[in-house]
Design a binder for this molecule. Structure first.
Ligand SMILES: *Cc1c(COP(=O)(O)O)cnc(C)c1O
Length: 215
């Protein structure tokens, strides 16, 4: 329930001595039935997250027509060959995770004259199967992306499944701070309150809001 999640966000903001409204909720609508997504739009929510370019292309043009001001953030891995439609469709991309993608986005940004806000994904757990820049490479990658004139506004992470997420959120906050980045995309259904304690500005909540995903 949206009201319920909103209340929990405000409680966590207050507990962390943060201003009410300093955390943005990204409603992760991937795989959810359209009528559930429409309900949340009708309740006035306007920021959503999607993982797949094709799925987002299928539903967001119509939703945006019906609900002006709706924003969609790409939070899933982005293949280089999908970079162009992704740039045209999304308001932000949270998964800038490698030099080849940075180069492609920079070239497209020149051609299109615009670029979505970008978050660099950091693989804080250094997990081999997970996307993201490794922590020791993060500073150099952020500098390279900035040198390409890419609008990097923050960092994103997905902590390892079976670990306490807090040290991962702390690590992401440290890397952001030393690089002068103001935004932290961290925290999901199971740990968004912990993420808020550690400075999250964007939390990505799917199942706690919409119910379990049925694939
Ligand atoms: C699916 C997904 C989420 C939402 O997960 P929930 O546990 O359903 O809240 C958040 N972030 C990313 C990157 C995801 O892929």
């Amino acid at each position: 329930m949206l009201d319920d999640i909103t209340r929990r966000i405000h409680d966590a903001e207050r507990a962390a001595n943060r201003a009410e409204g300093s955390v943005r909720l990204i409603a992760v609508s991937k795989v959810q039935p359209d009528d559930r997504v429409r309900e949340v739009l009708e309740q006035g929510h306007r920021i959503f997250g999607e993982n797949y370019v094709q799925e987002a292309q299928g539903k967001w043009p119509a939703f945006r027509g019906d609900f002006p001001g709706a924003k969609v953030h790409m939070i899933g891995p982005l293949q280089t060959n999908k970079a162009k439609p992704a740039m045209q469709l999304f308001d932000a991309i949270h998964t800038l995770d490698r030099p080849s993608l940075a180069n492609r986005l920079a070239r497209l940004a020149q051609e299109e004259g615009r670029c979505p806000d970008l978050f660099v994904q950091v693989n804080t757990g250094s997990e081999p199967q997970k996307a993201g820049i490794l922590p020791p490479d993060a500073d150099a990658f952020i500098a390279d992306a900035r040198a390409l004139d890419l609008p990097v506004i923050g960092l994103m992470c997905i902590p390892p499944d079976a670990e306490d997420p807090a040290p991962h959120f702390e690590m992401l906050a440290r890397i952001a701070k030393r690089n002068g980045l103001a935004n932290l995309s961290m925290g999901m259904s199971s740990d968004f309150e912990t993420a808020i304690t550690h400075g999250a500005t964007h939390i990505r909540v799917g199942s706690a809001l919409f119910g379990a995903r049925v694939y």
